[in-house]
Every structure is written in C-alpha cells, then in structure tokens.
Design a protein around this ligand. Structure first.
Ligand SMILES: *[C@@H]1O[C@H](CO)[C@@H](O)[C@H](O)[C@H]1NC(C)=O
Ligand SMILES: *[C@@H]1O[C@H](CO)[C@@H](O)[C@H](O)[C@H]1NC(C)=O
Length: 202
C-alpha cells in the first residue's frame, strides 16, 4: 500500500509538464485576457507583460501572458526616450503560482520634467546603425544613456531599429543576444550599451 502510494507520487512528480498553470494571451492594440492553461515541460514560471511604443504619432501596445522557462522569465520595468515623441515603456512580471499572471499590468509612468542630464539620441527603423546623434535632455527617472540595435518580434510583427537616448536604470538589464519575453515574443539585440547620463545643458 505504502509502496503504491510512493510510486504514485513519483509518477505524478515525474510526469511531463510542471503542474503549473498560467493565463495565456497575446494582443496587439490593447490589454489581453485568455484561458488559464497547463504549462509545458520545463515551463515553471508565469509571466505577464505589456509594452507601449510611441513612434511619432503611431502607437503600438503589445500585451502578453504565458508560461515561460524560469531562465527566461525576468521581472523588469523601464521607460526609454529616443527622441521627443519616440518612447518605449514596458513592464514584465514573473511569478510562480497557478494563475498568478492574471490581473492588470500597469505601465511605468513617465515625467516630462528635465532632470539636468543629457544623452546622445537617434532613432532609425529598418537600419543597423544610427548615422547622426542629436543631444537629448533627459526627463524624470530616465537618468541613464542607452544605445540599442536589434529586432523586436511579436507574433507576425517585427520592428528592426537602431536607437539611442535616455532610459531608466531598468533598461540596463537588456543584453546582446536573444531575450524571450513570452512565447512568440523575442527581442534580438546586436548592440546594448547603458551608462549613467552625464549632467549637461544644450
Ligand atoms: C508593473 O505591473 C505590476 C502588475 O503586473 C504592478 O504591480 C507594478 O506596479 C507595475 N510596475 C510599474 C513600474 O508600473
Ligand atoms: C498578423 O496576424 C494577425 C492576426 O493574428 C492578422 O490579423 C494580420 O493580418 C497578420 N498580419 C500579417 C502582415 O500577416
């Protein structure tokens, strides 16, 4: 009897899948919600995230929730300004209990109050590098200078860009290589630079 019980327990523990269930959804354009589904093998974390891009009048909101491998799942939030009117805000949360990735995801708030720092800035889509940098006064909590080159892929959408500007310290977590934010959402960076923004005036 005891042996059977232990064998049964072992079978449960060794069964494929982690036993964790997470909400699964993806949307371009607004918040998303979906069913809570069992995770696959090796997916021992739940993530929820939102990215908001303002690209000179165009706005892109990406919302996503899924199971994820624990090694890929990172809690991070940041805001970036590459030019006035070209901004990125993102908030990604990682958790480890059934359905813990449900609920509202807030985007980091941004301030337009100058903080006395200055960074080289540029933004080019579809290019591997910036040709010309313009000095950009940083605002609010964006007290680091950043430079990123790479491609963000989400579903069938992809955005290749070379960008530089001001960012919050959270943006310094970005690394060269492929970062998987959720199932089907990848950021591939060929260049990632981050350093404290020097004080300066235009
Ligand atoms: C990120 O979203 C979580 C909810 O998923 C929220 O609790 C947190 O305050 C948000 N962080 C920022 C900086 O907006
Ligand atoms: C991308 O996928 C969405 C639905 O998932 C579809 O409506 C849209 O037409 C697709 N776009 C392209 C360029 O394939």
């Amino acid at each position: 009897m005891h042996i059977l019980l232990i064998l049964g327990l072992l079978a449960t523990l060794l069964a494929p899948g982690s036993g964790l269930s997470c909400e699964e959804c993806f949307s371009l354009g607004g918040p998303c919600s979906g069913p809570v589904l069992p995770c696959g093998p090796g997916e021992d974390a739940c993530m929820s995230g939102m990215g908001h891009y303002t690209l000179e009048g165009r706005t892109l909101l990406i919302a996503f929730r899924s199971c994820l491998e624990p090694g890929s799942c990172r809690t991070t939030h940041f805001s970036l300004t590459f030019r006035p009117g070209v901004t990125v805000r993102a908030n990604v949360t990682c958790c480890h209990e059934d359905g813990c990735n449900m609920g509202v995801v807030e985007l980091p708030s941004v301030s337009s109050v100058p903080n006395g720092r200055l960074c080289p800035s540029c933004y080019v889509e579809g290019a591997g590098q910036c040709k010309r940098m313009e000095p950009l006064p940083c605002t609010g909590a964006e007290d680091h200078c950043v430079e990123f080159t790479g491609t963000l892929s989400a579903g069938n959408m992809s955005l290749t860009k070379a960008a530089a500007g001001c960012g919050t310290p959270g943006a310094c977590q970005k690394r060269v290589g492929v970062t998987k934010y959720a199932r089907g959402i990848f950021d591939t960076l060929t260049r990632a630079v981050c350093y404290p923004a020097p004080h300066g005036e235009l």
